[in-house]
Design a protein. Structure first.
Length: 132
């Protein structure tokens, strides 16, 4: 299964998705190391809007990065985990896509800690069913 196949299946079911970690630009295995725009809002019809204030409040800008790329959420703070769970529940998210980028591990740990059912795993991403 690849990203496009997964997107077609999810779109056909009208499932709402969020992709994590959020970055304006990403590199995927199929881009051969090139960094491109985040594909999720293009591929997924019902994608949670990354511009939402609530979503951005869960993410902080890295002060040591001149381009202010979005940095990972630190789940050492339980309130951030609770905020993420609350946001996903409120927005009725069905699927969580976790891209295997250099900062995905904390999101993966959050999904596993919450016993979310794994739907799909590829070399580029995980898809979890959100059911909390």
């Amino acid at each position: 299964s690849n990203l496009i196949d997964s997107a077609q299946t999810i779109n056909a079911k009208k499932e709402k998705v969020i992709s994590l970690p959020w970055h304006k630009y990403q590199s995927y295995s199929f881009t051969l190391g090139r960094i491109i725009d985040d594909l999720s809002p293009v591929l997924f019809t019902y994608h949670l809007n990354n511009d939402m204030v609530e979503y951005q409040s869960l993410i902080f800008y890295s002060s040591d990065n001149l381009q202010s790329e979005m940095a990972e959420i630190s789940y050492s703070d339980n309130s951030l985990s609770e905020k993420l769970t609350g946001l996903l529940q409120r927005e009725k998210v069905d699927k969580i896509i976790i891209y295997k980028t250099n900062d995905f591990q904390r999101y993966l740990n959050w999904a596993r800690d919450n016993n979310l059912p794994l739907d799909t795993e590829t070399k580029d991403f995980y898809i979890y069913n959100f059911s909390l």
